[in-house]
Design a protein around this ligand. Structure first.
Ligand code: SF4
Length: 305
């Protein structure tokens, strides 16, 4: 099975995180630049539900009046601006317009601005560290549509950024990979199982057991269930501790198979900063690719055409 992505991933992003000054106070930051050269791995689709609602820039900040943005979708909550004006219908129109844009472009992953009553997913208020009433209205739509969600703030950490990137690549690959025989299913699982085990050991072992115990012959429905279960695992972030420990195990495997050492790879207990760990991971990716050996922590790479 080919493990190199040749097509760029279509990636949605809150426009204010893509350098567009579209926030209510005319601010915006470019978080996509943090990807450096890897920025070219994606085609970016910035959208701003509040701007598309016709509220303009600058505008009065808005808030959820009710339990959450999800309740706005079921008409059990409303959105009001600072002056108390009900802007629910306008915001819903803006959210629908942005969702249409993302769907038209084939986008299924989104970098969101946490702390927004529109784009926020787990927090809708940043001020005074209050958590607000998550998710925001657009955040609720993204959750409902099953998007692969990336908090923009995580892009500031080189290791978290690497974690999002490798999981998104594996997610994009798994969504599309053709599985037409039992052997394809075994091979697919062999490719992503190490990554799934790192993220959620229990769920991954369950999947492995189900595949091993499945009856002879190919069953498409069963295969799609397995695919969806693995896609759910890949949506979840890993942790620094797990990444460091697994990196060392993968390195020992690679060293044994190539008889070569990679300078600068450190043991899990060695102290080093996030930049160093991210560099080690990228070195491991390159070395594995050159040697034609599967790097279980980042099994799918993008190389373009
Ligand atoms: S968080 Fe979303 S709605 Fe708010 S300014 Fe950014 S893109 Fe627009």
């Amino acid at each position: 099975m080919e493990t190199i992505l040749k097509e760029k991933i279509q990636l949605g992003i809150s426009a204010c995180m893509f350098g567009c000054k579209v926030r209510y106070n005319k601010k915006g930051w470019n978080m996509a630049d943090l990807f450096g050269r890897e920025q070219t791995y994606f085609t970016w689709h910035p959208v701003c539900p509040e701007t598309m609602s016709g509220m303009g820039i600058p505008r009065s900040p808005i808030r959820v009046v009710g339990d959450s943005g999800a309740d706005v979708l079921t008409k059990n909550a409303v959105i009001k601006n600072r002056e108390g004006k009900d802007v629910t219908e306008s915001l819903l129109a803006g959210c629908n317009s942005c969702m249409d844009t993302l769907k038209r472009a084939g986008v299924y992953a989104y970098v969101y601005m946490e702390g927004s009553p529109s784009c926020g997913v787990y927090r809708t208020t940043l001020k005074n560290k209050r958590l607000g009433k998550p998710p925001g209205v657009f955040g609720a739509m993204l959750l409902e549509e099953g998007f692969f969600l990336i908090p923009a703030a995580d892009l500031q950490s080189p290791v978290r950024r690497w974690d999002w990137r490798r999981r998104l690549h594996a997610f994009a690959w798994l969504k599309e990979v053709e599985i037409n025989t039992k052997n394809d299913l075994f091979e697919m699982w062999h490719i992503i199982k190490f990554l799934c085990q790192e993220i959620d050991e229990i769920k991954a072992r369950e999947i492995g057991k189900k595949i091993a115990e499945s009856p002879k012959g190919f069953d498409r429905d069963f295969t799609e269930v397995i695919r969806n279960e693995a896609l759910l695992i890949l949506r979840k972030p890993s942790s620094l501790e797990k990444i460091k420990n697994r990196l060392w195990k993968h390195y020992i495997f690679l060293k044994r198979n190539t008889n070569e050492e990679i300078e600068n790879i450190m043991e899990p207990t060695d102290m080093r900063n996030m930049n160093h760990i991210a560099d080690e991971l990228i070195m491991m990716e390159r070395k594995s690719l050159e040697a034609g050996i599967l790097f279980g922590a980042a099994p799918i790479l993008y190389k373009g055409r």
